[in-house]
Design a protein around this ligand. Structure first.
Ligand code: AGP
Length: 612
């Protein structure tokens, strides 16, 4: 949560920083700020709201005319202190000569704040971050690196800090403790940022900073300190597509990313699936023999990634006959962990940064389990904290509501299921090849769906139901997590209350919510529980509910049980989870748009959740 960027070089940097913040806005967007440093001191501008508000405030303050060649920027997702201009970053020390932006949480800030107040420091915000400039100032004797080192030794938590001092022009000093930090290396200029897209239009040459390191960035140099040692680190050139951070003709990132799902799935399958059905997943760090010995799988994840894990359970248990336990990471991390050697623990996190997922993975790893990160971000913290990795190749996802990374996660889990099934001799070569063929067809089927009138119809159904005040989502078997994901999409971008339940469990409570005309969204794709789902539909219709179904193309029976049907192409029932979620993404999208909401930046949310 929160995005930070710093620049030092030879160009006036106000626009470079604002542009970088716009590309980091997915990390937080409740308020933002910028500070420019020149011979006259600090020019700080902050604003409540998104980057457009900061731009207006910067213009009003004349910051856009500044010739300053060094500065910092921050886009905030509030943790400590309400969303106010005073709580927006950057924060300065009492002298106004040291300025700081931070991403993360200082856990012991309350004690430090009291100590500093006892020494006469006057705080101007309610944030945990503000203790940092005051602490740095307390230790400052002309060298920001020494002061930073002393300050962070007093801090607990996980955070990335970038600081600058008017007394040391041309020098940014940053520190990373867990939350991400990357350096961008340009011609006579350097950037520091939470993520590479911040400076991607300017340079593709990057240096990753590890946890515990201080990095000093000047226009022509980058110096990394690990404790008292200065260490060398190679520059890595990224080949990311800059257009990924643009909407490419779509009205929103979310809509663009929904339409990028065929490519995300195709790339995630890539060369890993051979024509004979054999799967290459070398990154797992487990050979065939080790895979055959896996006794249990634990999947830990949050939100949409958790829903992908729930779908994965059905695939893996069916294809590999190994028990799979799936749990939200924020619960798993605080339970007595019984994972150990012989267990495979998969942490699913598209960002690779989610604090709870990282913590759950760490707990299992300490117990001796083999931990694999399933993530979309190369070199992310989840990868560094794991014994193996399975990448989705969905490309950068900007919309806060995850879409293409979710279906790519399911496909990655399908590959893992096939791999395990073969290694454990549960799946025959022919059986795996057949399933492999079906998996290969999935990207084309999603494309076929998105290009068809059925996709347009899903948007129309969403519009038709947009003003309803509550939706119940139901599904069974693999349709159950699909219904959970559909409900999450709707609530997070449209703010309409939803309840999602296993269809068979609905009569044990949620059915009491229904009244005449209540809309109920049911995942009713073909499979061995289809008739059971139809019975559940009858139960809600008998209570006056209106039923919207997601069903398999060619199913002639479903229309008789539905007020609206959203058809998807036919696949084997387990793989239908990938297709069935797409109309639910579109449905949620249409509801939110009809309500006039900003689907890419839903209120209170952030794309990466680096706090627990
Ligand atoms: C998805 O639409 C949500 N914004 C959210 O639930 C997300 O999936 C969750 O925060 C997990 O993120 P991660 O995959 O980056 O760990």
């Amino acid at each position: 949560m929160c995005g930070i960027i710093g620049y030092v070089g030879g160009r006036p940097c106000e626009e470079l920083i604002l542009g970088g913040l716009e590309r980091l806005e997915y990390r937080g967007y409740d308020s933002a700020g910028i500070v420019l440093l020149d011979d006259d001191g600090l020019t700080t501008v902050r604003a409540v709201g998104n980057l457009a508000e900061l731009r207006k405030a910067a213009h009003a303050a004349g910051a856009d005319a500044s010739a300053a060649v060094m500065g910092l920027g921050h886009t905030r997702w509030a943790t400590h202190g309400r969303v106010t201009e005073a709580n927006a970053h950057p924060h300065a020390d009492a002298s106004g000569r040291i300025t700081v932006v931070m991403n993360g949480i200082v856990e012991n800030y309350a004690r430090l704040r009291t100590e500093l107040q006892d020494q006469g420091v006057v705080f101007r915000s309610e944030t945990d971050a503000e203790v940092i400039p005051h602490l740095i100032a307390r230790h400052y004797e002309g060298d920001l690196v020494t002061a930073m080192r002393a300050a962070v030794s007093e801090l607990e938590g996980h955070f990335t800090i970038v600081a600058a001092s008017v007394a040391e022009p041309g020098r940014l000093v940053a520190y990373r403790q867990e939350t991400p930090l990357v350096v961008g290396v340009g011609e006579g200029e350097r950037f520091v940022a939470s993520a590479i897209p911040a400076f991607l239009p300017e340079t593709r040459d990057t240096i990753l900073v590890e946890s515990g390191e201080i990095v000093v960035v000047e226009a022509d140099s980058v110096t990394i300190h690990d404790g008292d040692k200065v260490i060398a680190r190679d520059v890595t050139r990224v080949d990311w597509d800059e257009d990924a951070a643009e909407k490419g003709g779509y009205e929103t990132f979310m809509l663009k990313e929904i339409h990028e799902q065929p490519a995300a799935l195709r790339d995630t399958i890539g060369d890993r699936l051979r024509p004979d059905g054999e799967i290459d997943l070398p990154g797992l760090g487990l050979d065939e023999a080790a895979l055959a010995r896996v006794e249990r799988i634990h999947i830990v994840a949050c939100g949409t990634s958790y829903h992908a894990g729930l779908v994965g359970r059905y695939l893996i248990e069916d294809w590999a006959q190994v028990p799979v336990h799936v749990e939200v990471a924020s619960e798993y991390r605080y339970r007595t962990c019984l994972a150990g050697p012989g267990d495979l623990v998969i942490g699913i996190t598209q960002s690779g940064e989610t604090a709870d997922t990282l913590a759950a993975m760490r707990v299992a790893r300490e117990r001796g389990a083999h931990v694999v990160a399933l993530t979309n971000i190369m070199g992310s913290q989840a990868v560094r904290d794991s014994d193996g990795v399975l990448y989705t190749r969905a490309g950068l996802e900007i919309g806060v509501a995850a879409t293409k990374t979710h279906t790519a996660q399911v496909v990655a889990l399908a590959l893992l299921g096939l791999k395990l099934g073969r290694a454990r001799h549960v799946l025959s070569a022919a059986g795996a090849a057949d399933l492999g063929d079906e998996l290969h067809r999935l990207p084309d089927l999603v494309q076929e769906y998105l290009d068809s009138p059925d996709a347009a119809h899903a948007l129309e159904v969403g519009e038709a139901y947009a003003q309803r005040s509550f939706f119940l989502y139901l599904g069974r078997h693999v349709g159950m997590p699909v219904s959970y994901e559909g409900a999450l999409k709707l609530k997070e971008i449209s703010y309409v209350p939803t309840e999602a339940y296993p269809a068979g469990e609905m009569k044990h409570g949620p059915i009491a919510l229904l009244e005449e005309g209540s809309p109920v969204v049911v995942v009713a794709t073909d499979g061995h529980v289809f008739d059971k789902v139809v019975s559940n539909i009858q139960e809600v219709r008998a209570r006056g509910a209106e039923v919207i179904t997601v069903a398999t193309a060619g199913n002639e029976e479903i229309a008789a049980h539905s007020d609206a049907v959203m058809f998807v192409p036919r696949t084997p029932p387990l793989l239908a989870a990938v297709l069935a979620v797409v109309p639910l993404q579109l449905f949620a999208y249409a509801v939110a748009r009809a309500r006039g909401l900003n689907v890419d930046q839903p209120r209170n949310l952030a794309k990466t959740v680096t706090v627990e």
